[in-house]
Design a protein around this ligand. Sequence first.
Ligand SMILES: [Zn+2]
Length: 386
Amino acid sequence: MRFYDPISNSWHEDIDGQLNLNLPEKVSMGNQFSVTYPFVDLHTHVRLNGGEDYKSLSKAAIAGGFGVLNIQPNTNPPLDEWDVLSNHVSLSKDELVKYLYTVSFFGGINDISSGSSAIRMTGFSTDGIRYNSQEIVESFRSKKPTLLFDHSQLHEVAGDFYTGTNLPNATRPYSNEPVAINRTVLLGLEFGFNKFHIQHISTAKSLDEIEHLRKLARVTCEVTPHHVFFIPEMIDNVNQKINPPISKDRDLLIDAVKKGFIDTFSTDHAPHPEKPNNFERAPYGSSHIEVAFSVYHTVFDDPQLVIRKLTVDPLKVLGWRYEDLGMKFPDDLIILNTEEEYVVDNSRFYSMGKNCAFNGYKLKGRIFGVRMNGKWVYWDGTFLDN
Ligand SMILES: [Zn+2]
C-alpha cells in the first residue's frame, strides 16, 4: 500500500508495516491501494423534511471518502437565520463527518462572524437561490464582506440546457455564466468584497472571464464530476438535467484542471428521492457523492492530481487546515483502490437521493476503507460497528 501526503505533496511506498493502521482484517494490500487524507467537499446539498438527512448524507459521504462537507443554503427552510443554522448543527452533532455551513446571501444574517463559534461558517452563498441584479446589489450593500460562494447565473434568462441536445427545453446562452461571474465580482468589489469562489464552472468563456477578474480580486473556482464527464450529446435521462447544464466545453474544462487554472473539485451532490421522467418538469441536480472520486479518477487517471483537488486544495480556498477541524493523519484517513472497476448502481447508494447522472456507467477507482477519529468505520463496501 502507498501513502500520498497531499500536504507535503509526496508519495511513500510500501507503508503497510510503517504506519500502525490496525486494519480491520489481516490482508496484504498491494500497490493498487493508496492511503491519504479524507476528502473535503465545498459544495454539498442536504434536504431534510423526508429527503436526504444528516444520517443518510454522512453515510453516503463516508462511502465516497469524504470527511468534510460544506453545506449550501437552499434547504427548507433556507439557511438564512441563526436559529435554522443552530438546528442544522444539532441535527448533525453526532455524525463523524465534519459539517461546515454557508449562509444565504439573501437572508437575515449580515455578519457571519457574529454567530456562535459552535457553527463552522465558511461564507455566504448564492447557490440554489433565484436572485436578480438589484437583489445582489442590496446584499453587497448590507453584508459584512467575507468569502462569497457564487452560483453565477442570470436567472431571468430562460434555458435549462445549452445547445447540443434534442430536448424540447429552451436553451441557455453560453454567455449567461461568464456575464453573471463578471456581475458578481465587479459589484462585490465596489462594496468591499474581495474573495469569491465561483461554483461549478461549465463553460470556457467563464475561464476567460475569471482570468481577467483575477487581476482585480481573489477569484477561485471549482468543477463538478458531471461537467468533466458529460457533453450535451450524452444526455439521455432526467438525472443529467443539472444547473448549470452539461456543456460542449468538457474537454476545455479538463485541460484547465490539468493546467492548474481550476482550484478545486467539488461534488454539487444534489439528492432528490426520484425525478419525474420528463425533461421539462424534472428538477435540477444529481446525487453522486458516493461515486465522485471514481468519476474524477476515471477522467483524469492521475491519483496525485485528484487527491490534491479533493483535500488540500478545497481547504486552501477556505484558508483552513485539517487541524482546524480536529482531524489528523493517521487517525483520519481513507484507503483508495485505484484499479477496481465497477458499474454505478444507484439502488446500492446510502444516500436517499437515487437521481444519479452516472447510473449504469462503468467507472474506475473506489473507496475501500475509511478511518475517523482513530476508528475504522467503513471497509470494503460495509459500515463497521464500533
Ligand atoms: Zn449546488
